[in-house]
Design a protein around this ligand. Sequence first.
Ligand code: GDP
Length: 321
Amino acid sequence: MSAPCFALHGKRVWVAGHRGLVGSALVRRLEAEDCEVLTAPRDRVDLRSPDQVTRWMAIARPQAVFVAAARVGGIHANDTRPAEFLYDNLLIEANIVEAARHAEVEKLLFLGSSCIYPRDAPQPLKEEALLTGPLEPTNQWYAIAKIAGIKLAQAYRRQYGCDFNAAMPTNLYGPGDNFDLLQSHVVPALMAKAHRARIERSPVMTVWGTGTPLRELLYVDDAADGLVFLMQHHSGEDFVNLGTGVEISIAELAATICRVVGFAGRLEFDRTKPDGTPRKVMDVFRLHSMGWTAPTGFEEGLERTYRWYVDNLGSQARAAG
Ligand code: GDP
């Protein structure tokens, strides 16, 4: 692994979106970096407001920024709240990038998503596949906003010489995830359903879609570690995929989650629900060549996530039972 081109030691580092899944993992990870972690209080800084973001940045004076703030959600939320997913995300990223330029932030890392790639792009998804074809319709609103974020980082680099960069994390899961069945992504949704089915001694649990789609899943603390690595080691117009390169079918994922949770009943596939994109796995050649790979095994990540769910959402989890 090469020596860092950007040291975080002694720096003021703003994690925008510190209460989210990846933002909170970044705050945990940065504790090991001997830097000052800055977070913007949600009740005082609405990231959709240019004035509030500019004011916050002028006071906080971060030297490095992770743009982990976004309106996020699973396939149902994306499909049913397109305006919020597009408008909120465009405003959040544009405000932070512009304010970071004025505040002379030394380095910024924008977090995109694997859904930026065309639905029918060759798999595994290479960084070069961006904008080579139409998007998956169920999450196109979020994807368009994230593509705009990548382009903002590139444009500010070209026009103003800002060291603004982007990373594309794959589907994430882990402690701190949203377990609400209508808003969540597949891992927390299936975990909450399996937990409930076990507690209720139900013979069956429902999985959306056909079970055939393939997804790549990255444990969120690994994602945070990879993002810190990229902040330290990568600078350039080219963005970098952040994933494992390993994929699993939704049916296999459901069976693994049931094993971790201890639910031994039957799986029923609800084909009235959308499958979304048929396959989504990242090409991680660029990341691996830089010297970083994800350390946490899949079952281990699921076990830690389930422990967090039971410990932290215990009352909710028990109420569900
Ligand atoms: P996506 O990766 O953007 O499609 O987002 P999700 O994580 O929400 O969904 C991934 C896949 O899991 C899709 O094929 C869903 O149909 C499938 N899936 C199966 N059961 C569920 C569930 O209970 N909730 C969610 N969100 N997805 C599910």
